[in-house]
Design a protein around this ligand. Structure first.
Ligand SMILES: [Mn+2]
Length: 254
């Protein structure tokens, strides 16, 4: 049986010469370890090339990277919003709609979960440290020191907990746990949720760390952490890639 082809969005240099499209190899390794074949989809593809590749991919991973243009969710740009690429935004927002229309399994990571949210009409905290700090209260209602979501520790080191909703969520079924320890390399996060999404995982400060499509028949799963950096040490991270590739394989063989 042929291994499924998994489209992978790439980063793009912003205001640098030479222009480059690039992707961290951790994504490519994690997809291959799960039995998939990664197919990078850089923003430089023309419409015909993209359409041809799109007909062939059986799954999609949206990767981490710079910030989405806040104009995409109707806000002025915050001073901390950085590395905005209109070309990358356009491609990835388009890919989300294609995946939904064609029922292509979608696994969205970090910036990816933010892209899915914005594609469905949601909005983002443009800078957690500046815009979310005052809302961080513990369960007793007391203000707490802000959680650091931009870790300086090595990328493969978990730095905060995540609580996963258990009842009927695809995420809990995949990872087989209701508590995870995850890495955290984001300064933005979901503010208002996009149409058709539901939040299914949270950091201790309430920041949304996982979403999926409320229509549970379709595979759209997004996490705010970086499982591609955790696969060597974390069964839950491996399970996320295995779930995507498994869905893509089902699609490839039907
Ligand atoms: Mn985090």
């Amino acid at each position: 049986m042929r291994a499924p082809l998994i489209g992978v969005s790439t980063s793009i240099t912003v205001d640098k010469s030479p222009e480059r499209a690039y992707v961290n190899t951790a994504y490519l390794r994690a997809i291959q370890a799960a039995g998939g074949i990664p197919v990078p989809l850089p923003p430089q593809l023309d419409a015909e090339a993209l359409a041809t590749l799109w007909e062939r991919v059986e799954g999609l991973v949206l990767t981490g990277g710079g910030d989405i243009d806040p104009a995409r969710f109707g806000e002025a740009r915050h001073a901390a919003t950085d590395e905005v690429s209109p070309a990358r935004d356009s491609l990835e927002l388009d890919l989300v709609h294609r995946a939904l229309e064609d029922d292509v399994p979608l696994f969205a990571i970090c910036r990816g979960v933010q892209v899915v949210n914005v594609a469905l009409g949601g909005s983002l905290y443009q800078d957690i440290a500046d815009q979310y700090r005052d809302q961080y209260r513990d369960t007793a209602g007391s203000k707490r020191a802000p959680l650091r979501h931009s870790q300086t520790e090595p990328r493969d080191r978990p730095t905060h907990a995540v609580k996963v909703m258990g009842e009927g969520t695809r995420l809990a079924t995949i990872v087989g746990a209701l508590e995870l320890e995850v890495n955290s390399m984001h300064h933005q996060a979901i503010k208002t949720l996009g149409r058709g999404l539901r939040e299914v995982a949270w950091a201790p400060d309430g920041i949304i760390e996982g979403v999926e499509l409320a229509d549970g028949d379709r595979f759209v799963v997004g996490v705010q952490w970086h499982p591609e950096e955790l696969v060597a040490r974390d069964a839950a991270a491996r399970s996320l890639f295995a779930a995507l590739v498994g869905e893509a394989r089902r699609r490839a063989t039907r």
